[in-house]
Design a protein around this ligand. Structure first.
Ligand code: COA
Length: 229
């Protein structure tokens, strides 16, 4: 798969064909805004001005099925808000959403994967994103795509809502994350279940004292287990 300006990548997942490309078509942007408002904007709103700015800065990929929006992915190569700060060789994944009828077939991973290729081509070394701990589906998708949970912030966007900070080094590296030998606590996150306040407090404490967090996902129950050590 290869993504570049004006390039359309065609992929078939589970027998359904999608065209993935960059777009600044106002009609498509309206559909993206509506989808974003529904799933992500309720937690951290994206304005149409920001969306247009991202599209014009190479940061938007859309997936179309029969010329209709099936999903999209946003990446920032430079901050669009004073709350973002990242180095020039880093990029911030700013949300990937797939319409319900096209989930679980790999489209979210494909969109994010194409953003990663684009970032690599621009010389980016590290991808970062933030995600709410209750969004275990998104955390699972990122873990499967080799992101690590490297931080936890109880008030990342100043909205009193905690976020995991997940990162992926996209330059080749032989370094593997260390598994804590004697972990002190173990927590489980499950898709569609809001983590308890105790879980969130334990996570905040673990990260604040510099504990290592090792995450993995047993295939059997699709849950994420976090070992704090
Ligand atoms: C998160 C989201 C983008 C995933 O899209 P998707 O196209 O279904 O993702 P994929 O098919 O690539 O899934 C990859 C892996 O993620 C995990 N996953 C995704 N959704 C899951 C769910 N609801 N429950 C359990 N695991 C899930 C699975 O491990 C899956 O791998 P598998 O299919 O081999 O089991 C989609 O659920 C979504 O649009 N959510 C609403 C918007 C949102 O919260 N976006 C994330 C903000 S950053």
């Amino acid at each position: 798969m290869k993504a570049a300006n004006n390039t359309t990548t065609t992929i078939t997942l589970d027998g359904i064909t999608f065209s993935i490309k960059q777009s600044d078509d106002p009609e498509i942007l309206e559909q993206i805004k509506a989808l974003d408002d529904k799933y992500i904007g309720i937690h951290y709103a994206l304005t149409m001005e920001q969306l247009i700015a991202i599209a014009h800065k190479d940061g938007l990929l859309v997936a179309l099925h029969q010329n209709k929006l099936a999903g999209y992915s946003l990446i920032l190569f430079e901050p669009i808000d004073k709350q973002h700060s990242f180095a020039s060789d880093e990029a911030l994944l700013y949300g990937t959403t797939v319409k319900k009828e096209f989930r679980h077939i790999g489209l979210g991973s494909a969109l994010a994967g194409l953003q990663e290729i684009k970032a690599k081509n621009k010389g980016i070394k590290k991808l970062r994103l933030t995600v709410r701990p209750e969004n275990a589906a998104a955390v699972l998708m990122r873990l499967k795509n080799n992101f690590q949970i490297n931080g936890f912030d109880s008030n990342y966007f100043g909205d009193e809502s905690p976020r995991f900070v997940m990162e992926k080094n996209i330059v080749e590296s032989l370094e593997k994350p260390a598994k804590p030998v004697n972990h002190r606590a173990s927590l489980v996150l499950t898709p569609d279940h809001k983590p308890s306040q105790t879980t969130l407090t334990m996570l905040a404490m673990a990260f604040s004292v510099g504990m290592k967090v090792y995450a993995y996902y047993p295939e059997s129950d699709q849950a994420i287990r976090l070992l704090l050590g």
